[in-house]
Write a protein that binds this ligand. Structure first.
Ligand code: ATP
Ligand code: MG
Length: 349
C-alpha cells in the first residue's frame, strides 16, 4: 500500500467520524461521466456511500459530468441518452430528488467560470504528473493529450468547490484529483482569504472493482456488469470473466486478483465474508465461482432493476428531476462565484 493511499484511508476514516457526529455540517458532491450506464464498480465504489450519506442526513449533490466526456475521446457518443441512463441508474439506486440535487456540468455556467482563477493556481508540471490523467489517456489510446484532458483535475476542483463540498465518495482512481482539489482550495484561500473548505475522499471497501478482463471496470472498456442488465445478460457476461487455472478457490487478492475480485463482488451482494464464500465454493473452480457471483448479483440488484424499468416508463418525471437539479445547482454556483469575485476584487457596481 502506498503512503498516499494509506493517508487517503486515514482521511476517509476521519470523515466517517464527522458523518456520525454532525452530518448536517457536511455536503457531498460526486459525479459520473455520461459515457454509458453505471456498473457494479460504481455501485460498490461510490453509490452505496452516496446512499449511506443521504440516509445520514448529509446534503447530496450528484453531478453528471458531461463536459468531461470530451476529455479523452473525439466522438462523444449519445450524451443525451447517457445523461438519462445516469439519471435512471442513480434514481433506481435510491437517490431521492427531495433530498439531493442531480445536475449536469454544462448547464451551470458559473461553476465553469471558477476554472479561470483555479487554473492560475496550478502549474503545468503538476498537471503533467497526475497519474490518473496518464492512465486514462493510455486507456483511451491517446497519443497527444488535449488541454481539456490535461486540466481535467482542475475542472473536478471546480465541480467540488463550487458547492463547497466536504465529502466526495469515489473510487481509488479519483484520489489524485481530490488531492489536486485540496491544493487548489488551499492556494485560493492563501491568496484571497478563507473561502473554500478542503474536501476529503470517502472510500468504500471496494475502491477498485475489476471488470471481466481483470482490469479496472470502466464504462469505456466493455468489461462491465451494468446495473441495468437482465439476469441473463449478467450470466453471459460473467461467464466470460477472466479467472485462473487453479480449480481450488481461495481469497488471495495479491496473487489471484481476478478470483478475489469476483469473490468481493459476491461478498458485497450477499453481506458474507469473501474468504467464507471461497471455502464454500472449494474445488468448484471458475465455473462454481461464476455461478455463485451471478446468483448474488442477480438477487441483489433485482429490486433496483425493477425500479429502473418503472422509471424508464416515466421519463417526464426523470427529466423534471434534472431540470430542478440544474436550477438549484445554478443558485449555488452563482452565490459562490459572487463570493469568489468579491474575494478577488472583481465585483463591480
Ligand atoms: P469511464 O470509462 O467513462 O471513465 P468509469 O467507469 O471510469 O467510466 P466514471 O464516470 O469515470 O466511471 O467514474 C464515476 C465514479 O465511479 C468515480 O467516483 C469513480 O472513482 C467510481 N468508479 C468508477 N469505476 C470504478 C471501479 N471499477 N471501482 C470502484 N469505483 C469506480
Ligand atoms: Mg473513469
Amino acid at each position: 500500500m502506498t503512503d498516499s493511499f494509506s493517508a487517503a484511508l486515514e482521511r476517509s476514516a476521519a470523515l466517517e467520524a464527522r458523518i456520525a457526529a454532525a452530518p448536517d455540517e457536511l455536503r457531498m458532491l460526486t459525479g459520473d461521466r455520461p459515457t454509458g450506464s453505471l456498473h457494479v464498480g460504481h455501485y460498490f465504489g461510490s453509490i452505496r456511500n452516496r446512499l449511506r450519506l443521504q440516509e445520514a442526513g448529509v446534503e447530496i449533490l450528484q453531478l453528471i459530468a458531461d463536459y468531461q466526456v470530451i476529455t479523452d475521446r473525439e466522438v462523444a457518443g449519445d450524451i443525451r441518452g447517457n445523461v438519462r441512463n445516469l439519471l435512471l441508474d442513480n434514481l433506481a439506486s435510491g437517490l431521492d430528488p427531495a433530498r439531493c440535487t442531480i445536475f449536469t456540468h454544462s448547464a451551470v455556467p458559473a461553476l465553469n467560470q471558477l476554472l479561470l482563477p483555479f487554473l492560475s493556481l496550478v502549474s503545468v508540471a503538476e498537471l503533467q504528473r497526475n497519474p490518473t490523467v496518464k492512465d486514462e489517456a493510455a486507456t483511451a489510446g491517446i497519443t497527444s493529450i488535449s488541454g481539456l484532458m490535461l486540466t481535467y483535475p482542475v475542472h473536478q476542483a471546480a465541480d467540488i468547490l463550487f458547492c463547497k463540498a466536504t465529502v466526495v465518495p469515489v473510487g481509488k482512481d479519483q484520489l489524485p484529483h481530490i488531492e489536486q482539489t485540496r491544493v487548489v482550495a488551499r492556494r485560493f484561500n492563501e491568496r484571497y482569504g478563507a473561502t473554500f473548505p478542503e474536501p476529503g475522499a470517502l472510500l468504500s471497501e471496494a475502491t477498485n472493482v475489476l471488470g471481466t478482463d481483470g482490469t479496472k471496470m470502466s464504462k469505456s472498456k466493455g468489461n462491465v456488469i451494468e446495473l441495468r442488465m437482465s439476469a441473463d445478460e449478467t450470466a453471459k457476461k460473467l461467464k466470460g470473466a477472466k479467472t485462473d487455472s487453479d480449480r481450488h478457490i481461495t481469497y488471495d487478492p495479491e496473487h489471484r486478483p481476478e478470483v478475489a475480485n469476483l469473490l468481493t463482488i459476491a461478498s458485497m451482494c450477499e453481506g458474507t465474508d469473501p474468504a467464507t464464500i471461497a471455502e464454500e465454493i472449494g474445488d468448484g473452480g471458475g465455473g462454481g465461482l461464476k455461478k455463485r457471483v451471478t446468483e448474488a448479483v442477480n438477487t441483489y440488484f433485482a429490486p433496483l432493476r425493477a425500479r429502473r424499468a418503472e422509471l424508464a416508463d416515466d421519463l417526464g418525471y426523470v427529466d423534471g428531476v434534472l431540470r430542478q437539479g440544474n436550477e438549484r445547482a445554478n443558485q449555488i454556483a452563482d452565490a459562490t462565484l459572487a463570493e469568489v469575485r468579491e474575494a478577488m476584487g472583481m465585483s463591480y457596481p
